[in-house]
Write a protein that binds this ligand. Structure first.
Ligand SMILES: NC(=O)c1ccc[n+]([C@@H]2O[C@H](COP(=O)([O-])OP(=O)(O)OC[C@H]3O[C@@H](n4cnc5c(N)ncnc54)[C@H](OP(=O)(O)O)[C@@H]3O)[C@@H](O)[C@H]2O)c1
Length: 305
């Protein structure tokens, strides 16, 4: 099968190659999915799991990508809950060969049913950004109606989901980002926007929750805005500063079938809008991930038409 692999950590996205690889075989509790569409987060190239296995042994060439939407073609020994021919979507294990390929082997528990009226491209855009937003707001941040929330990078893949979900949960949402993203953040439902390059973040006043997808100085300054009892949720590593009288949580997203179903249901009924930018083929994937111009929305790779 065709797949996008990396072998050289120093090369970044320029080291991505489209090659032939053996089709994966399903292990216990796995399914093999024929991939129709797949997503990729650039920072995968910085994660140890892309380069080494759980015993720290070199695992290159590694197939990139950890989000997929496709059709189940085979079941492993003992696999239940999904069937051959079923449309599925989900998030795959960081340490296994990924989804920028024609086929991927995935633990069945990491997948949910993709309803027939949801396109594969849409399905592949949801797992990382949707689950990250859900887990940061609901599971770790425990956001409540009426609370004030800062959604950093509100026009980005994760931030646009955070903005929409936080609004649905009744929060008052302050989106942030670059000047060019103001309208997009407001369209996703932010009630205010802070241009981080020219506005003073501190002017927004106290908030109950900050969802940080940027880190660094922005993360540090955000900690100072959190009211007593509030939470700083980070998905870019352990916060360098913590709220004086609140919680700081950093986490890595996990697959969750029930949450995937909640998310896709919201897309179907219009409560959540996807944030898809460029859609490319496997043949065009290396070029798509090496474009120098600024990207808007998530890049999705179609492995099948
Ligand atoms: N821990 C986890 O489980 C997890 C899960 C998902 C994502 N992440 C991480 O979260 C981060 C965001 O992911 P994403 O997919 O949402 O990326 P994305 O689509 O690029 O969104 C990030 C947004 O924030 C903006 N931004 C970044 N730095 C900024 C700055 N200094 N000032 C103003 N705006 C800034 C970006 O603008 P520009 O494009 O112009 O920079 C972009 O609009 C990545 O580092 C990713 O690895 C972690």
């Amino acid at each position: 099968m065709r797949a996008i692999v990396v072998t050289d950590q120093a090369a970044g996205t320029a080291g991505m190659k489209l090659v032939e690889r053996p089709e994966p075989q399903p292990s216990i509790n796995d399914v093999v999915v024929q991939v129709y569409a797949s997503g990729f987060v650039k920072t995968e190239l910085d994660w140890p799991s892309t380069w080494t296995d759980r015993l720290d042994r070199d695992r290159t060439p590694s197939i990139l990508g950890h989000e997929l939407a496709g059709v189940v073609t085979a079941l492993g020994y003992g696999t239940t809950g999904v069937s051959v021919g079923q449309r599925v979507f989900g998030l795959t294990d960081w340490y296994r060969d990924g989804t920028l390929a024609e086929y991927a082997a995935v633990e069945a528990r990491n997948l949910a049913r993709l309803p027939g009226d949801v396109d594969f491209t849409v399905g592949a855009s949801l797992p990382i950004s949707g689950l990250t937003a859900w887990q940061g707001l609901v599971v770790h941040g425990r956001v409540l109606a009426g609370q004030r929330v800062i959604a950093h990078g509100a026009a980005g893949a994760v931030g646009s989901m955070v903005t929409q979900l936080a609004r649905e949960l009744g929060a008052y949402v302050i989106g942030t980002g670059r000047a060019a993203d103001r309208q997009s953040a407001l369209d996703f439902g932010a009630q205010e926007f802070v241009d981080l390059e020219t506005d003073a973040l501190e002017d927004v006043g106290g908030v109950d929750l900050v969802f940080d997808v940027i880190g660094g100085d922005i993360g540090k300054r955000s900690a100072g805005l959190i009211r007593a009892g509030g939470t700083l949720v980070s998905v870019v590593g352990p916060p360098e500063a913590r709220p004086a009288d609140g919680l700081a949580v950093d986490f890595v997203v996990e697959s969750d079938r029930a949450q995937l179903s909640e998310i896709v249901q919201r897309v179907r009924d219009g409560r959540l809008r996807t944030n898809i930018g460029n859609v490319s083929t496997l043949d065009g994937a290396v070029a798509a991930f090496n474009r120098t111009e600024r990207r808007k929305g998530k890049t999705i790779i179609r492995a099948r038409p």
